[in-house]
Design a protein. Structure first.
Ligand SMILES: NC(=O)c1ccc[n+]([C@@H]2O[C@H](COP(=O)([O-])OP(=O)(O)OC[C@H]3O[C@@H](n4cnc5c(N)ncnc54)[C@H](OP(=O)(O)O)[C@@H]3O)[C@@H](O)[C@H]2O)c1
Length: 348
């Protein structure tokens, strides 16, 4: 490098200039498998007046990242095209209207995108304070799955004390959060999961764990509930679970669908939906308005933050990968090997 840029860089320092204009971020070369992920410079986002810019220390994987990488899940309008729905890190710049945070504060929270990067911006009201003594890698495991589980159980599913809830994929990120929140809500919790993950679900408070690979979960649920069935089901699996779900729901039961990991088609009979007055509800978190997500974050903090601090409720961190190993981390999640969250460490 020669000329005026050489003089400029030598005076102010290369790191300063890089931070000001560009950062490193994981990007997708062409839609496809995990080999498409690569690390390269990307413009550093500038905070809007009500936003903070966070130096990201850790982010976490979500199935949505895999779908986005494959080209099946475009980011919502206005969101960063970079993958990553949650972060933990340190406030490094604040917009002119920000009142809650100062530079240097440690925070974590949900994003509509942009987490797989050195810097990310978020609305100041989406950020939560990092509990004292917490690693960033632990805090990055909280936002997406706990807010999804809280939304599904409380806002959408209307779970009440003494009801029985069935959580499918109980050892997933969402499942491990939902077990703990549902217990705090006073419910009896049944989960389905592969048997190697049952001990984790039971340790987190689940009352019963069912191995869905050993036959239809329907019979086991009927046996465990003495034929009564359940009040609420939270299901990210879909496919042929749908028919069984309809059968095991009690009168006035609710089915909250989060995803269709086993497929989106069913030939279930619909009569029982009418006769048992069932409610079939679908929900997503990412497509919700910022206002909705802020209210959800606030209500979640009021409900569970103290329990997170006291460790009565704990995020489950399964594996921490250096972000240079992002492809390995994606392959691990895609192979259904994880139980709880898979984290990417960006800054030591
Ligand atoms: N709607 C929303 O707002 C929202 C928000 C967050 C996540 N989600 C969705 O919820 C799902 C779970 O997310 P997550 O991050 O918690 O996932 P995760 O941690 O990656 O866990 C997924 C687990 O589900 C089980 N599973 C996978 N395919 C299955 C199948 N065909 N039948 C039965 N079980 C299967 C596997 O565990 P086993 O070993 O037990 O089989 C797998 O490890 C994803 O599809 C995600 O996209 C939706």
């Amino acid at each position: 490098m020669t000329g005026p840029w050489y003089v400029f860089y030598s005076c102010v320092g290369v790191n300063f200039v890089t931070t000001l204009f560009t950062m490193l971020a994981i990007q997708v070369k062409d839609y496809g498998n995990a080999d498409q992920l690569y690390l390269a410079p990307f413009p550093t986002p500038a905070p809007e007046p009500w936003e903070i810019r966070v130096q990201v220390h850790a982010t976490a994987l979500n199935r949505a990242d895999i779908l986005q990488r494959e080209g099946h899940y475009p980011p919502p309008e206005g969101a960063s095209p970079i993958l990553g729905l949650e972060i933990a890190g340190v406030v490094e710049a604040v917009g002119s209207e920000v009142t809650r945070w100062e530079i240097g504060d440690a925070v974590f929270g949900l994003l509509p995108g942009g987490g797989y990067a050195e810097y990310a911006v978020m609305h100041e009201d989406m950020a939560m304070p990092l509990p004292e003594g917490w690693e960033f890698t632990k805090a990055a495991a909280v936002p997406e799955v706990f807010l999804t589980a809280f939304q599904a159980l409380r806002w959408v599913g209307n779970l009440r004390k003494d009801e029985t809830v069935l959580l499918h994929a109980g050892a997933s990120g969402v499942g491990t959060a939902a077990i703990q929140l549902a217990k705090k809500m006073g419910a009896t919790v049944l989960v389905t999961a592969s048997s190697g993950k049952h001990a984790l679900c039971l340790d987190l408070g689940a009352d019963h764990a069912i191995d869905y690979r050993k036959g239809p979960f329907l019979e086991k649920v009927e046996e465990l509930t003495e034929g009564k069935g359940v009040n609420l089901i939270v299901d990210p699996v879909g496919g042929d679970y749908f028919d069984q779900n309809i059968k095991v729901l009690q009168r006035d039961g609710r089915l909250v669908m989060l995803a269709v990991m086993a497929g989106g088609k069913t030939s279930a009979s619909i009569g029982p939906i009418v006769f048992k007055r069932l409610q079939i509800l679908g929900t997503t978190l990412r497509s919700r308005t910022p206002d909705y997500q802020i209210r959800l974050t606030r209500e979640f903090v009021a409900f569970a933050y103290d329990d997170l601090v006291s460790q009565a409720i704990c995020p489950v961190v399964d594996e921490v990968y250096h972000w240079h190993d992002v492809a390995k981390a994606h392959r691990y999640m895609e192979a259904n090997l994880s139980a709880g969250k898979v984290i990417l460490q960006i800054k030591e």
